[in-house]
Design a protein around this ligand. Structure first.
Ligand code: ADQ
Length: 489
């Protein structure tokens, strides 16, 4: 095969995701500056020696001119990234429209947008057409770079057509599809006007994987109920062809967080924060600003806690870091104003001349500051209304070896299934319950905190992103080998 350059054999992995793991900034007509983002997936794949990962995805920038496209492609190649060039209109319809306005809320049980309830509306149809077209464009780039023997790993709800487009091109291609969000109950998926086409396209993959068994089960039910296919313990069967459906929960690169705590600048930050919040307990929320994260509900629960526990008013602070995302989508703009209004009200009610109870920042934090914050806080509040997994809860645990703080965790986050036994589980819609959980967390005796932390820390350390990626790739190779054995018989 063309990818063996005399050294030990390394299988090529084409990782296809909507966004490349880089941010590209154009510095002149023909030059770009690139910064690789340090997500779990990136470090996971760097850590697997037997695999050579190549990324395919959108670079997140609009590049209408040919010089720009050529120079961008060249600059990205050095980072082992291959761009899919999407124009502004497609991005608007496919990404802001179908992905973020339709699939995202539906998969998180937030329903379909009001004006699109009827499948006949023009916006729904044109967004769906753009989604399909964008998926075709991703497929075309994959086809161009694909070599026999490569493994192709498609990511997320943005690319549900991709497995089908790739298998139509070459039925021998090894194709896996992983969903980072929940897969909802089949009763929810049923509402989607394009429900069948999407399911058919996904099961063209050899392996379909989710964070939890519940999501995998919902997916299989959707295939049996909506498509009338047969569900088996291994997956879904369509005319004798089996698509393996299973759960492979993601993890984080825990060593990266644990080591960071020893860095001088992180230690410096920790000291600064401790000084700044001396005499107060610190609670922390870190989320992308998104309706699924339940930020308003969380702050309202904190308000209720302060109402009921006057003695805590000047002794506790909630730091909420909310990175703005998808700022082009109206719903997200409304959410920002809503959060600001609640924060303003609480600080007005319970603040003093020297301190406010809620410290809310509309921004992302650099890695070192984030680690320091995770390390100094007494309680982490993860109150997602739905969340595929939620990595913030993992990162918090990884950084809590000295403090052994308490995790308050939504039962609707995938992480509830892995960290739930060492956390206070809550229904984020029940503000009274969350307020009570805050009280319990702030008063929890240290022996219980230590026991819970030890349990969760062990989990986070042993279920890493690297292990997740390795498992998925080897399972995909195995699944395909088994299929070939079966069809030969
Ligand atoms: P997200 O919805 O983005 O991911 P999450 O899993 O919490 O949610 O990951 C967010 C990442 O961004 C974390 O690594 C976190 O450190 C970082 N981050 C968030 N807010 C930040 C801030 N204010 N400053 C700096 N960094 C911040 C989707 C799904 C999740 C699933 C992941 C992975 O929605 O459920 O866990 O994919 O599959």
């Amino acid at each position: 095969s063309g990818n063996n350059h005399g050294g030990p054999f390394r299988q090529r992995l084409l990782v296809v995701a909507n966004r490349l793991p880089v941010s590209a900034v154009r510095t002149s007509e023909d030059s770009w500056s690139m910064e690789m983002s340090a997500g779990g997936l990136v470090s996971a794949l760097l850590g697997i020696k037997e695999i050579e990962a190549i990324w395919i995805g959108w670079a997140g920038v609009n590049v209408p001119d040919e010089i720009g496209q050529k120079t961008l492609t060249k600059a990205l190649a050095e980072k082992r990234c291959i761009p899919v060039i999407l124009d502004e209109e497609i991005v608007h319809q496919y990404y802001n429209g179908y992905c973020n306005n339709i699939l995202w809320p539906l998969f998180h049980y937030l329903g379909l947008p009001q004006e699109d309830r009827l499948a006949t509306t023009r916006s729904f149809q044109s967004q769906f057409a753009a989604y399909k077209k964008a998926n075709q464009m991703f497929a075309d780039v994959v086809k161009e770079y694909y070599q026999e023997g490569d493994v192709v790993w498609c990511h997320d709800y943005h690319l549900m057509f991709l497995p089908k487009f790739l298998k139509d091109y070459d039925s021998n291609m090894k194709v896996g599809w992983f969903l980072h969000t929940p897969f909802p109950s089949s009763e929810i998926h049923r509402m989607l006007p394009s429900r069948s086409e999407l399911l058919h396209s996904v099961i063209a993959a050899d392996l379909v994987a989710f964070h939890t068994y519940d999501y995998a089960r919902h997916f299989v039910s959707a295939c049996t109920r909506i498509l009338g296919l047969e569900g088996t313990p291994k997956g879904v069967e369509d005319q004798g062809r089996l698509t393996r459906v299973t759960a492979f929960p993601i993890g984080i690169d825990s060593e990266r967080f644990i080591h960071a705590l020893d860095l001088p600048e992180v230690k410096e930050n920790i000291k600064e924060f401790e000084e700044r919040f001396k005499g107060r307990k610190v609670m922390l929320g870190v989320d992308r600003l998104d309706m699924i994260k339940g930020i308003p509900q969380k702050i309202l629960a904190f308000e209720k806690f302060l109402e009921e526990n006057a003695c805590w008013r000047d002794k506790v602070v909630l730091i909420q870091i909310a990175v703005p995302t998808r700022t082009d989508v109206l719903e997200y703009q409304k959410l920002t104003s809503q959060v600001h209004e609640i924060v303003g009200r609480i600080n007005g009610r319970f603040g003093t001349l020297t301190a406010v109870p809620v410290l809310h920042l509309d921004r992302s934090l650099e890695f070192h500051k984030l680690c320091a914050l995770y390390a100094v806080t007494d309680v982490a509040l993860v109150t997602s209304l739905r969340d595929g997994m939620n990595l913030v809860s993992y990162e918090y645990v990884a950084c809590q070896n000295s403090k052994k703080g308490v995790l308050i965790l939504s039962e609707f986050a995938g992480a509830a299934q892995s960290l739930g036994a060492g956390a206070i589980l809550v229904n984020p819609w029940n503000i009274t319950e969350v307020a009570a959980a805050i009280d319990q967390a702030l008063n929890m005796p240290s022996d219980k905190r230590e026991k819970w932390h030890a349990r969760n820390f062990l989990h986070v350390k042993t279920h890493t992103a690297q292990q997740w990626a390795e498992t998925l790739v080897s399972e995909l190779n195995q699944t395909v080998a088994e299929q070939r054995r079966r069809t030969r018989q």
